[in-house]
Ligand binder design. Structure first.
Ligand code: SF4
Length: 446
């Protein structure tokens, strides 16, 4: 099997599904991280774990939502039939329904979306359709929750496959976070009492990629939400109010952002929820500026410095852009880092034919390669390995939920309870008020 980045011509078909089928059938010499990826995601709905793909080694929490069995007519339909049924259902539903698709969704789903974007762009897009009865969110669970928080009370937010969670979001469990807060009070003193400078001991900051429970926790404790586009602005906001920040769930986004702001690494201890004081001494916590939760994205953790070195050796002049959820060494070795929207915008803005090596999810990279044929664009990871949970949204599930809506039923509704929704919304509103981001799109040239 080849270990080189995918050659440009193979990327002109943006479908990751087609690439995986070709690999498994032996028609391609490229590699996939799991041959199970060629199966329908319904094969994994009743099996423990996140399913094949980048998160398959992560530990799924007990109590994670499970999807009921998808009816056989959707499991057995081929791509063309599902495409036609989705289009027909959309025509029948008209403006009553809006379909949102995340950048990391498979091509066969994204082509039916009214809006394609990152998690926050899509959550805010939901607000643009106050008259739609239903918002079908082709993304993962925390995104559908956020759309529910920001959309109208009577609008139903629907996640086509309930098993589409996010392993990173699941790494910050509300019970563990509450326990952490209590232990921080033991180490730092009362957490709601400002010092002589008016700063409280700690401000909790959560990445958008977290459950509504965590956003609610943050809202209740004077904290704020951030995205990968505005993390620096949000940390500035938090440092204006607190001595230190508790950042979850993604250690890498927290570390990369704080490091770029000049926070020394030794003042960024990691909080391991399975150890007393997160595995730190009270002195370490007292001296800290950013306490990093032990979470990560299994998609972005796959990128390495060796891949960047290989891309530079094989493509002199290559421009390497990675997502800030990548490990620090990878971000440091890249030319630029930024949110998915930053990556997209940077490629769109390139006026001369350019070779881009991109460190983010394969569905987005392949779509960009097809969209900008004047450039050579490839994924830094030579192995085709989509996000396990994004991949659970198959067109079969999209056809099913749309046809259920046509029939007057509302399947797979995601609703955040009011006692969580109110503080979670507060944390989101603080983020909106903390705009604008430091750089358009959230990128950082190196
Ligand atoms: S790409 Fe990473 S952060 Fe995004 S949904 Fe997948 S596991 Fe979660």
């Amino acid at each position: 099997m080849s270990t080189s980045p995918l050659p440009a011509p193979a990327l002109r078909d943006p479908s990751v599904d087609h690439a995986i089928q070709a690999i498994v059938a032996g028609a391609s010499s490229d590699a996939a991280c799991a041959t199970d990826l060629a199966a329908g995601p319904w094969d994994f709905d009743t099996v423990p774990g996140y399913g094949p793909g980048s998160s398959m080694g992560d530990v799924i929490p007990t109590g994670a939502p499970r999807q009921g069995e998808l009816p056989a007519e959707y499991r057995e339909a081929d791509e063309d039939e599902l495409d036609a049924r989705i289009k027909a259902a959309r025509t029948a539903l008209g403006d009553r329904v809006v379909v949102l698709g995340h950048f990391y969704q498979r091509e066969e789903v994204v082509r039916h979306a009214d809006h394609v974007g990152d998690s926050f762009q899509l959550a805010t897009a939901a607000r643009a359709y106050p008259d739609a009865e239903a918002i079908v969110f082709c993304g993962v669970h925390f995104m559908a929750e956020t759309a529910d928080l920001l959309s109208g009370q009577d609008q139903a937010v629907i996640l086509p496959n309930l098993a589409a969670g996010c392993s990173m979001a699941d790494m910050a469990d509300i019970d563990q976070v509450e326990e952490c807060w209590e232990q921080l009070a033991d180490a730092l003193g009362p957490l709601d009492e400002p010092d002589a400078d008016g700063l409280v001991p700690v401000i909790p900051v959560t990445y958008m990629n977290s459950s509504a429970d965590i956003k609610g926790f943050v809202g209740r404790h004077g904290g704020i939400v951030c995205t990968s586009s505005n993390a620096r602005t949000v940390l500035d906001w938090a440092f204006a109010r607190g001595r230190r920040v508790l950042f979850f769930p993604d250690q890498h986004l927290g570390r990369n952002t704080a490091k770029a702001m000049g926070v020394p690494l030794e003042r960024m201890p990691m909080w391991n929820p399975r150890r007393p004081f997160g595995g730190n001494s009270p002195e370490d916590l007292q001296d800290s500026r950013v306490i990093l939760w032990h979470g990560f994205c299994s998609v972005h953790r796959r990128f390495t410095v060796a891949q960047i070195e290989q891309a530079r050796a094989e493509h002199p002049g290559v421009r390497v852009i990675v997502h800030p959820e990548c490990p620090m060494e990878v971000v440091d070795a890249a030319d630029e880092s930024g949110s998915t929207d930053y990556i997209r915008t940077a490629i769109a803005a390139a006026t001369e034919p350019t070779t881009f090596a991109v460190g983010t999810e394969i569905n987005l990279v392949r779509r960009l390669a097809a969209q900008y044929p004047q450039h050579t664009i490839f994924c830094l990871d030579p192995v085709v390995c989509p996000c396990s949970t994004m991949y659970r949204i198959h067109p079969g599930y999209l056809a099913w939920v749309l046809e259920e809506l046509v029939a007057g039923r509302t399947p797979n509704r995601i609703q955040v309870p009011a006692d969580v929704a109110d503080p979670a919304r507060l944390a989101l509103e603080r983020m909106l008020a903390a705009k604008p981001p430091v750089t358009a799109g959230g990128g950082a040239a190196r």
